[in-house]
Design a protein around this ligand. Structure first.
Ligand SMILES: Nc1nc2c(c(=O)[nH]1)N[C@H]1C(S)=C(S)[C@@H](COP(=O)(O)O)O[C@H]1N2
Ligand SMILES: [Mo]
Length: 369
């Protein structure tokens, strides 16, 4: 018997480090930290909690400075939340799009512990003119800009949240992941956890929080991680925010061989933005249409939902398996790639093609022949 292979992360880029969770190995609701995908735009900073500080300023009554111990001494909360990189699934775009060619593993579900961003903002006293809360990381570098425009020079990774999301119960500053201190890759000592939002909002290695009175139009908001939306006929730049409803098949994998007459457990995960998952449906391409998958575990806001569907293929041949999620807001995962998707939020259905082969002959039967 060959020993089962230990799953390991798939390297998409060495420097800065960008590594993908092997989604086909999905088994537990929580993804262990050492298998959790990493998405870095710059080399990850090596911060020492002894001289690290969180500075809160901008449109506040009293700018404050906090060290890690005083943040850990505050009231804390733990919740499980899924984070999906907005570029997850980019490899499925036709024609191909520039950027890291993530398959379906730039997503993970973990337990996060930290303090409500709201509480930190209350300590500083947000002015009534505040519109957004800008979170900046300690990592920085020079970005590749289109040659036609001037380079902004070195910039930090920074994203803003509208004030309503910044003060929501689903936004925390986390110092712990899966009950361990954050690792360097995942933002030690402090990162944002923004339930329901794509990963770019989950700023790692936070050092500065600035309350702003105008919509922030920084690089990661207006030159990356945005989409075009039409209003009054004119396209308008909108920073990416909420994740889109999506179910992914972990197993079987593309090209798998299944055995006729034997039950097979089709298995995967599903998530959405602010809404919970209501249904996952499966189509096995044997002419019986869409059928209900079974949602596993309990429903938790902002966490993903594992699901399964037992299928016994009767006939040998090739089959196209598809799954789709429907969320509590009534959003249904689309069948096909949209026409205006930039290179993000790839949530259309990705078919998995499998071959059903005859039941293997037993040894005795072969021997008799
Ligand atoms: N400071 C900083 N925060 C960051 C990033 C970054 O490059 N720098 N990448 C963002 C993106 S695009 C994603 S998808 C998530 C990924 O979080 P993870 O690496 O812990 O999985 O972190 C976000 N936070
Ligand atoms: Mo991302």
């Amino acid at each position: 018997m060959p020993t089962p292979q230990q799953p390991s992360l798939i390297v998409r880029q060495k420097s800065p480090q960008n590594i993908e969770f092997p989604f086909a190995s999905l088994s537990n609701w929580l993804i262990p930290t050492d298998l959790f995908f990493v998405r870095n735009h710059f080399p990850s900073p090596d911060l020492d909690a002894r001289d690290w500080r969180l500075r809160v300023g901008g449109a506040v009554e009293r700018p404050i400075e906090l060290d890690l111990d005083s943040i850990k001494a505050m009231w804390s909360t733990t919740f499980t939340a899924v984070v999906e990189c907005a570029g997850n699934g980019r490899v499925y775009y036709v024609p191909p799009k520039e950027g890291l060619q993530w398959q379906n593993g730039a997503v993970g579900n973990a337990a996060w512990t930290g303090v409500l961003l709201r509480e930190i903002l209350e300590m500083a006293g947000v002015k009534r003119t505040a519109r957004e809360v800008l979170l900046a990381g300690a990592d920085s570098g020079v970005v590749d800009t289109n040659k036609k425009t001037a380079s902004p020079g070195p910039i930090a990774f920074a994203r803003s949240l509208p004030l309503e999301k910044a003060i929501a119960d689903s936004t925390i500053l986390a110092y712990s992941m899966n009950e361990e201190p954050l690792t360097r890759d995942h933002g030690y000592p402090l990162r944002a956890v923004v339930g329901g939002w794509f990963g770019m909002a989950w700023v790692k290695w936070i050092t500065h929080i600035t309350v702003v009175e105008e919509p922030f139009l920084g690089y990661w908001q207006a030159r990356d991680y945005f989409r075009w939306e039409r209003s009054l006929g004119e396209p308008r730049l909108v920073p990416l925010a909420e994740m889109e409803v999506k179910a992914q098949i972990a197993r079987p994998v593309q090209g798998a061989h299944l055995i006729a007459g034997q039950p097979y457990r089709i298995f995967g995960a599903a998530w959405s933005g602010e809404a919970v998952i209501r249904q996952v449906q499966v189509c096995t391409g044997d002419g019986r249409g869409w059928r209900e998958g079974r949602l596993l575990e309990t429903e938790r806001p902002f966490a993903w939902r594992l699901w399964e569907y037992m299928w016994t293929p009767e006939e040998v041949g090739r089959y196209i398996l598809r799954c789709r999620a429907i969320d509590g807001a009534g959003c249904v995962q689309p069948d096909l790639q949209g026409s205006d998707c930039e290179s993000y939020a790839a949530n259309w259905i990705v078919p998995v093609e499998v071959t059903v082969v005859p039941e293997p002959q037993t040894y005795e039967e072969e021997f008799v022949i």
